[in-house]
Design a binder for this molecule. Structure first.
Ligand code: MN
Length: 228
């Protein structure tokens, strides 16, 4: 029996729709600027360049339905995204076989301290301070592929207090799910429990305490998150 020198941190795990078993999370990879309209709104060229990724921490995922407004910021933005949960992985996965590694899909928000991210960008510093803070990835349950199939199209919508702020379609993603998996696997060894956030459509903007965020993706239902 292994003994640990300190208290062991809990395994981060997400609920699975329709099952008692949980989905254990190993890593989170997030793609940047994966919708042309969002790249443009952030001041970038929407041409298809190589994708780029940043990471959040597994314990940033929060399926509780609440988002505590984080410290040291006055400009926290919502980014509506699809979560892709992997059941297996390896190096150098081909685009053709990439979907074989997907366990399921879900809804997630890539909450961002935009002011701190902006400072980091300008200074050429890493993005973690803007992206990888506690509760920064509110999410819903994972819907198994056996229930929902693979999603390559479908309306993405985020409402704030009932008003539509973000809308797009999964078919507008510059890098499709199989391409993201394949690309990532050239740089990292993917493994069971890895999660990918697939980027956000245009319309990102600030949230405030008391706001209610309603995210929906056609085929995956909806997720309500209260900013507290
Ligand atoms: Mn994002």
């Amino acid at each position: 029996m292994i003994q640990y020198a300190i208290e062991t941190p809990p395994v981060v795990a997400l609920p699975v729709a329709g099952q008692d078993a949980l989905f254990p999370v190993r890593r989170i990879y997030c793609i940047g600027r994966n919708y042309a309209a969002h790249a443009i709104e952030m001041g970038h060229d929407p041409d298809r360049e190589d994708p780029f990724f940043f990471q959040k921490n597994p314990d940033n995922l929060d399926p509780s339905g609440t988002f505590p407004y984080p410290p040291k910021t006055s400009d926290v933005h919502h980014e509506a995204e699809m979560l892709v949960a992997l059941k297996s992985g390896e190096r150098n996965i081909s685009v053709d076989t990439a979907l074989d590694h997907v366990f399921g899909y879900g809804l997630a928000l890539d909450m961002t301290r935009r002011d701190l991210q902006g400072i980091a960008k300008k200074a050429g510093r890493p993005w973690e301070i803007g992206k990888a803070f506690e509760h920064s990835a509110p999410c819903g349950p994972v819907h198994p592929v056996s229930e929902v199939g693979h999603l390559s199209a479908g309306r993405v919508e985020l409402k704030v207090n009932g008003e539509v702020r973000q809308e797009g379609d999964l078919n507008q993603m510059i890098w499709k799910v199989p391409e993201m998996i394949s690309y990532l696997s050239e740089y990292f060894e993917l493994a069971p429990g890895d999660v990918i956030l697939s980027g956000t459509p245009s319309g990102v903007g600030p949230v405030a305490k008391g706001d209610t965020l309603d995210l929906s993706i056609e085929g995956l239902g909806s997720l309500t998150v209260s900013v507290i």
